[in-house]
Design a protein around this ligand. Structure first.
Ligand SMILES: NC(=O)c1ccc[n+]([C@@H]2O[C@H](COP(=O)([O-])OP(=O)(O)OC[C@H]3O[C@@H](n4cnc5c(N)ncnc54)[C@H](O)[C@@H]3O)[C@@H](O)[C@H]2O)c1
Length: 350
């Protein structure tokens, strides 16, 4: 149960049961929630999930357009008493139809765990933009040497930029960040936006081979095709790297995953479900354990500098819900957002 003091602090600001707090993306940002706070919440959520301290069924989905997805993602984190559901979508062609609209768009309904009543309806596109690289950072923190000098980013869209801006928080000695995107415009945009924010020199690669051969740690975030068309060859990967996939098995040929010394996923249950949907036509390799289990010290990590470690983090609602709790509580205190009435009839249907 929420402690009395916290519950009263909610009730002072919100007539729970009669109204709900609506928070736009700007409202979420205006709470001042920081990137390090979202990283800490993400790591705590991943570890809690793997320690079985949460309730989170694997995400079910709809796929109305080719290579699109809409995922229903409920979660409850017992220790934080945080619960709700994210409805998150990725439609890679959005920019063609709606200028300025991104492929990934998400909303959260954040609920009161003792009554099920909605407390907030909030944008979760920004939460997703930051907590997704945060899952990569957790993987890299526990899977790679923090002395790495080179990092590669495959895919230079929203996720590419956010990953590059955040990477030095776990790899502080980076000298070079290699980036690759199909088409130069996204690479140019990434360099323009990210170079002023990182110490390492960002180098655009003309082809993925240069990036893969030169980078000790690589994160990828390109559109997830229902049937993947991987383009990175095993021969380019070599020894000792840490690869983080935020896009399932979209980038590397199957032999790469099968040759991993250790292969981690964020949620075994969730990836088994995705396998059933057909996302892994060549199957999943043997799974060492979950990323959160590695963070919690429950499964082994890198044992030798030549080990190839691969992480496949498709994203988990527990991460979103812990972030939502922080944002909801701050927004309430700061009087951000708009309170919307819940239609309530005391007399039943008229
Ligand atoms: N794991 C998670 O939790 C999570 C969360 C959000 C998004 N994602 C995934 O991350 C991916 C990227 O999302 P985004 O919001 O950055 O999209 P985006 O459209 O902004 O960026 C994708 C970039 O990849 C590039 N690209 C497409 N095909 C490519 C190829 N074959 N080689 C190199 N580059 C290629 C595109 O030109 C684009 O610049 C999507 O697959 C999305 O589903 C994952």
């Amino acid at each position: 149960m929420l402690d009395e003091k916290t519950r009263n602090s909610y009730l002072e600001k919100l007539a729970i049961g009669n109204e709900v707090l609506y928070l736009s993306e700007q409202d979420c940002k205006d709470t001042g929630t920081t990137v390090p706070e979202i990283i800490a919440a993400t790591e705590a959520a991943m570890a809690a999930y793997s320690k079985k301290e949460t309730e989170m069924p694997a995400k079910i989905g709809l796929h109305p357009m080719p290579d699109s997805l809409m995922h229903a993602m409920p979660a409850y984190i017992k220790s934080a008493y945080a619960c709700g559901i994210k409805w998150g979508s990725n439609f890679p062609t959005n920019r063609q139809h709606y200028p300025g609209v991104t492929p990934t768009n998400c909303q959260i309904i954040y609920n009161d765990a003792s009554s099920g009543l909605p407390l907030a309806i909030m944008d979760a596109t920004w939460i997703t933009e930051i907590r997704t690289p945060a899952t990569a950072l957790v993987s890299i923190k526990y899977g790679a040497s923090n002395k790495a000098r080179t990092f590669g980013m495959i895919g230079c869209g929203i996720q590419g930029k956010a990953n590059v801006k955040m990477i030095e928080l776990v790899l502080p000695e980076l000298e070079t960040i290699y980036v690759y995107n199909r088409g130069p415009a996204a690479m140019d945009a990434l360099v323009a936006e990210c170079q002023p924010k990182v110490k390492a020199k960002i180098v655009k690669c003309a082809n993925p081979e240069d990036l893969v051969r030169n980078s000790e740690v690589i994160t990828s975030a390109i559109p997830i095709a229902h049937t993947p068309a991987p383009f990175v060859k095993q021969a380019w990967v070599g020894k000792g790297k840490t690869l983080v996939c935020l896009d399932c098995h979209s980038v590397y040929e199957d032999a790469v995953y099968k040759s991993a010394t250790r292969y981690y996923v964020d949620s075994i249950e969730q990836h088994e479900l995705l396998k059933g949907y057909g996302y892994y036509p060549w199957g999943l390799p043997a799974i060492t354990g979950e990323t959160g289990a590695l963070a919690a010290g429950l499964v082994p990590g890198r044992k030798d500098k030549d080990d190839l470690l691969i992480f496949n983090n498709v994203g988990m609602a527990v991460e979103d819900m812990l972030c939502a709790k922080i944002i909801f509580e701050r927004a309430l205190k700061m009087d951000l957002g708009v309170k919307l009435p819940l239609w309530k009839s005391t007399n039943g249907l008229q």
